[in-house]
Design a protein around this ligand. Sequence first.
Ligand SMILES: *Cc1c(COP(=O)(O)O)cnc(C)c1O
Length: 399
Amino acid sequence: MTITPLMPVYPRCAVRPVRGEGCYLIGERGERYLDFASGIAVNLLGHGHPHLTQAIQKQAETLIHVSNLYGSPQGEHLAQRLVDSTFADTVFFTNSGAEACECAIKTARAYHQSEGGDPNRTVLITFRNAFHGRTMATISASNQEKMHKGFAPLLPGFRYVDFDDLEGAKAAIGPDVAGFLVEPVQGEGGVRPASPEFMKGLRALCDEHDLMLVLDEVQCGVARTGTLYAYEQYGIEPDIMATAKGIGGGFPMGACLATEKAARGMVVGTHGSTYGGNPLAMAAGEAVLDVVDNPEFLAHVRNMGERLRGALEQLIPNHDAIFDSVRGMGLMLGLKLKDRAENRAFVAHLRDHHGLLTVAAGENVVRILPPLVIEQAHIDEFIERLSAGARDFALPEAA
Ligand SMILES: *Cc1c(COP(=O)(O)O)cnc(C)c1O
């Protein structure tokens, strides 16, 4: 037998973390890494944050799980907080981002297939290089062939258009279209923020044609961009939104938020999840919101985001054979590399030789996703290590 006990679907690197301390990860041999990956935008309070760990401990001792057969004081409380802080009127809790997207897709279709709707409207227009998860519906929602290979047949009901192309989005609308599913800032696709014109234009098209604007804020949501959700910075509101990653601060959890109108098809018996919204998950979600849903904390994220971005911009001219440009919003930043410098090789170099964790993304971008609790000293250390990494990174010989 050669297959590993862990199904070998990930190209795992040699870092084997066993402990976390704030913005640092500690490996099996005691080596320390500055963690500017945050479990892919998940550990927004860093590692071992006392408010989060104590909330989980206390809830674990009290009540972990009961199922959705029973009333949920814990779920009602957290849902009310999310309703109070966002566009939404109602919330469905999930265990992951893909499930939050699945619920969002179902909610959009059910809107049109319920009383007053047009049941022919089943197609969601999605955008090239999008990432919505790894379930059958969410891989079908993305045009990325590397995620499709071997898993045919895909699910029907998705139409791909170029990201940030409002005219293309408009042209794709037909009598079979239910709405748009879009990341305000593409994450895996390369940390690409949509333009304000594009987001406002999609909102206007949805209003004009009675379509659902479904946002996937699984990566860019929960304070990552400096507002609780990224849509706030575009001056629009969605009808439906998927959120996950940071929302549990590391506890597996997600949610689908919707307006009352958009959720009109989601009635008793239409959807469910055994674990979704269990008391332990709700305690984690409450603890995260306690910290991040606060004007001072959000100002801290914006401030740190500006400083980090400024420091990166200053660094680029010193290493212009490797670095191209900075993109992103708040503490969701991407460092685009020159074509000659392959991002995966550079991420591995920073990790293996400079104790610095980042994440590769599409378009040859290095994703920089620090815990939102970083301070100036972490930025200084990051820039120092990144700069040292750029100095001794071996570029292939120019052809
Ligand atoms: C990570 C991600 C998902 C999928 O989340 P999982 O928890 O891995 O299922 C969906 N959408 C976006 C934008 C993501 O970044």
